[in-house]
Design a protein around this ligand. Structure first.
Ligand SMILES: *Cc1c(COP(=O)(O)O)cnc(C)c1O
Length: 837
């Protein structure tokens, strides 16, 4: 490859050559730098109409200030020779960078002041930044919260992901239905990355393998030949810690064509075909797959997975050779890879390949290193989300990797046979290869066999994993399995998004809670202080006003502030049961129509979330929500009693407005299906009370806050399982007048007057005895819990106590706690403080 950026300097100057004095942090100095970029770099002046260039100038002054800390962090890591961890994830849902950098660098006040002297508003400029939507939902957002906590805890952890040209689609609602629009988030450039073509890697696909004997050592060496190669070009994104001088790195790979042409084709006159092939290479990182909790088996997706695994491992091994040479004896001691779900699980075989074929280690040594450096996090129990790839696809796309997987499997099954002699059925069950007409590679099993640690993401989830899905593996290696309950970063999800509450917290319990969230328990006694409750109330009402303004703008629906704000925002999925929420709305509407409104609590229901474009039922549920909202909001009888809105294009920046303005948090998945949830934690931190099932981290939320401050309903996970086989939704509907009325309204076509029959698939799913989500089973208990929530809200002082206690007991759900556990029990990294800039 011969791009000018990869021609190396003959003599690299001593690093001190590039040392600079620290940059200004005062309002005047910041305003001066801002003007310099605005005028000299971007060439704008007072005639400029676009708000975009002031944003770019501001982003650049922040970037400069990250850059000096970033360099210092990198150098400190290199010089200390510390152990490092790598978080491998196909998704990083980072959210906006500008406000995060401003806050973490503690520049919010001076920048706001400096901008004001120029007649500009910090908030207005921050809102220009497009949300980098490089993830689907919880899994991608978790990766982002984890990077924030690693930098805050000063742990040497690097994120590795893909730089998708198109992130998560933009969701529009037309005639009640979801429309997907491509999200070309990079169109105007991205100030929050730097391209590092000098660290480009070459990734192989296709071709075949050849074996030959090394003439020097006599050992057999396998080569992967005749492959079609793609370049991986890294783009680095800075990840600042909270006010601590650490800036870690998220390295995102972009696919690029090699500069080589197919010469035969070229000379045969197919010039255009030959050039067009280059294009295909770049497709690998063109678009994020918009499926949450379901795999879809497309070849391009496997290409993405291998591209990430191969480029990242090559990057780490090159660094190793640079620092330690060709001796890998301490590699496992100093490196750890955390696999975010099975998406990057092919890394197990890829690390083996590189150690053996490139660095010429023996199998046993390479396997020992692999099994001591890989750790795997499982995120779901849903069978439709378990990744399996056809063996034939592997053979065609990654022939060398398939050979290695077969060898891992043969050796593993021999181990199983030794432990359980003659248990052929167990060998079949545990095999990495699922036999059949079209044999499949089971990616979760590859991850388990290749890892020293396997964790679930909430206590219940981890327990269900070892009792069910991974039971055989747990019997073989119980010591590998552990739990790491998820968390969210209190910087973005409390301190930044809720400035009103932050001010009250700082004044009441000091400022330490921002990086030591357990300190929030000091709030608990204030729940009994009526003056404090009044201040809490005013802050919540202000946040509700800000949210209501957004809803008015986006949905043209008015949310009165005296109503309870009842919110369910998350991906639309049958297991999350937005449908149960809709049934409750219809029930309330029916009560209003019947005149059953004594002791009514006015209620505003907000629902939001994206459906995978190919998920028919999820899209139909969106349509139903919108149609019910239209009928309810248009009916004069509901005025002042009930409002419903579906907010389009739910994303990180919207959640930053939604969570602070929520009273009631809906976490109503079928028990045993939601691995953890993290939306539930963001709401709790911001003083919302949860209505929820005993599922995922809801259980731990309820344990922390106490059963009196949580609205519990529904079957337990074991209750759900034991009901299977004799679940009778039609019997339940017939015997419950409220549910019968709701079904009658749905079935009468009341919400689809002009589209006869559109909701029939939903009606059938509710009445289906094999409905896996058992929506009807939990209806009665759900509306009773909703009644209790409504009554509790009418007692304002009581509700405020609950709200305060929810925030007070949310300390456990900081991702700082989660990451400390990963580090203590899996990674074993030392904290490393960089030289202060
Ligand atoms: C937190 C978050 C999620 C995860 O929400 P759950 O309720 O846990 O499914 C998804 N999307 C965005 C944008 C989020 O911020």
């Amino acid at each position: 490859m011969s791009s000018s950026s990869t021609i190396l300097l003959k003599n690299c100057p001593n690093d001190a050559t590039f040392d600079l004095p620290p940059l200004a942090r005062d309002p005047e100095g910041l305003a001066h730098d801002f003007k310099r970029y605005y005028v000299n770099t971007f060439g704008r002046d007072r005639d400029c109409l676009s708000a975009y260039y002031p944003y770019r100038a501001l982003a650049t002054i922040l970037r400069d200030r990250l850059m000096e800390r970033w360099k210092s962090t990198r150098q400190t890591y290199d010089e200390t020779g510390c152990k490092r961890a790598y978080y491998l994830s196909l998704e990083f849902l980072m959210g906006r960078a500008l406000s995060n950098a401003t806050f973490n660098l503690e520049l919010d006040a001076p920048i706001a002041e400096g901008l004001r002297t120029l007649g500009l508003e910090l908030e207005e400029l921050a809102a220009i930044e497009p949300d980098p939507g490089l993830g689907n939902g919880g899994l991608g957002r978790l990766a982002a919260c984890f990077l924030d906590s690693c930098a805050t805890l000063q742990l040497p952890v690097r994120g590795y992901g893909l730089r998708y040209e198109y992130g998560m689609f933009r969701q529009l609602i037309e005639n009640g239905a979801q429309i997907e629009e491509p999200d070309h988030w990079l169109r105007d450039g991205n100030p929050w990355e730097i391209e590092r073509p000098e660290f480009t890697q070459r990734i192989q696909f296709g071709g075949r393998t050849e074996t030959h004997r090394d003439p020097n050592t006599g050992r057999m060496i396998v080569s992967w030949v005749d492959s079609h190669d793609v370049l991986a070009v890294p783009y680095d994104v800075p990840v600042p810690g909270y006010r601590n001088d650490t800036v870690n790195t998220l390295r995102l790979w972009k696919a690029a064509a090699t500069d080589e042409f197919d010469l035969d084709e070229f000379n045969a006159g197919s010039y255009t075909e030959s050039v067009a092939q280059k294009n295909a290479a770049e497709h690998i990182t063109m678009v994020l797959y918009p499926n949450d909790a379901s795999e879809n088996g497309k070849e391009l997706r496997l290409r993405q997975q291998y591209f990430l695994a191969s480029a990242s491992i090559k990057d780490v091994l090159r660094d190793w050779v640079r620092l330690y040479g060709k001796d890998f004896s301490r590699f496992a001691e100093l490196n750890c890879f955390q696999l975010n779900d099975t998406h990057p699980a092919v890394s197990v075989a890829e690390l083996m390949r590189q150690l053996m074929d490139v660095h010429h280690l023996e199998w046993t040594e390479a396997w020992d290193i692999t099994r001591r450096t890989m750790a795997y996090t499982n995120h779901t129990l849903l069978p439709e989300a378990l990744e399996r790839w056809p063996v034939r696809l592997f053979r065609q796309l990654l022939p060398r990797i398939l050979e290695i997987i077969f060898e891992i499997n043969a050796r593993f099954l021999a181990e199983v046979a030794l432990r359980w002699p003659g248990d052929i059925d167990r060998q079949r069950r545990m095999s990495l290869i699922e036999e059949g007409y079209d044999p499949q590679v089971r990616m979760a099993y590859l991850a388990i066999v290749g890892s020293f640690s396997i964790n679930g993401v909430a206590a219940l989830h981890s327990q269900l994993l070892v009792e069910g899905l991974f039971r055989d593996f747990y019997e073989l290696w119980p010591e590998k399995f552990n739990n790491k309950t998820n968390g969210v970063t209190p910087r973005r999800w409390l301190a930044m998004c809720n400035p009103g509450l932050t001010e009250l917290l700082n004044e009441t319990i000091g400022v330490e809670w921002v990086h030591d969230l357990e300190q929030l328990v000091k709030l608990a006694p204030y729940a009994e202080d009526s003056a404090f409750r009044e201040r809490w109330h005013i802050i919540k009402q202000n946040n509700k006003a800000r949210l209501a303004e957004q809803i008015r703008e986006l949905c043209s629906v008015d949310f009165p502030l005296d109503a309870i704000f009842d919110v369910q925002v998350k991906r639309i999925h049958e297991y999350k049961r937005q449908l149960l929420n809709v049934l409750h709305i219809i029930h309330l509407y029916n009560r209003i129509k019947r005149g059953d409104t004594a002791h009514w609590t006015p209620r505003c229901v907000l629902i939001g979330g994206k459906a995978a474009p190919g998920y028919f039922m999820a899209k139909l549920i969106i349509k139903l929500i919108n149609q019910v909202a239209r009928v309810v909001n248009a009916d004069p009888a509901t005025a002042g009693l009930l409002r419903v809105a579906f907010v389009p294009d739910y994303r990180v920046s919207l959640m930053e407005v939604i969570a602070p303005g929520t009273d009631l948090s809906e976490q109503i998945s079928t028990a045993g299906k939601e691995a953890s949830g993290t939306g539930n934690m963001k709401f709790m931190m911001n003083g919302a009370v949860t209505i929820g099932t005993l599922d995922g981290a809801n259980i731990e939320i309820r344990d922390q806050v106490g059963e009196d401050h949580f609205f519990l309903f529904g079957l337990t996970a074991s209750g759900v399982e034991s009901l299977r086989g004799h679940y009778d939704p039609n019997g339940l509907i017939a015997s419950d007048p409220a549910l019968r009325d709701v079904m009658n309204l749905l079935e009468s076509g009341h919400f689809n007057q002009f589209e006869a029959g559109v909701f029939d698939p939903i009606i059938l799913s509710i009445r289906n005895p094999h409905d896996p989500w058992m929506t009807a089973a939990d209806f009665r208990s759900y509306i009773e819990a909703q009644d209790r929530a409504a009554a509790a809200y009418r007692d304002r002082e009581h509700w405020l106590r609950m709200s305060i206690l929810n925030t007070a007991y949310s300390g456990r759900f900081s991702s700082d706690r989660t990451i400390s556990e990963y580090n203590r029990e899996i990674w074993h990294l030392e904290t490393v403080a960089p030289k202060t800039v």
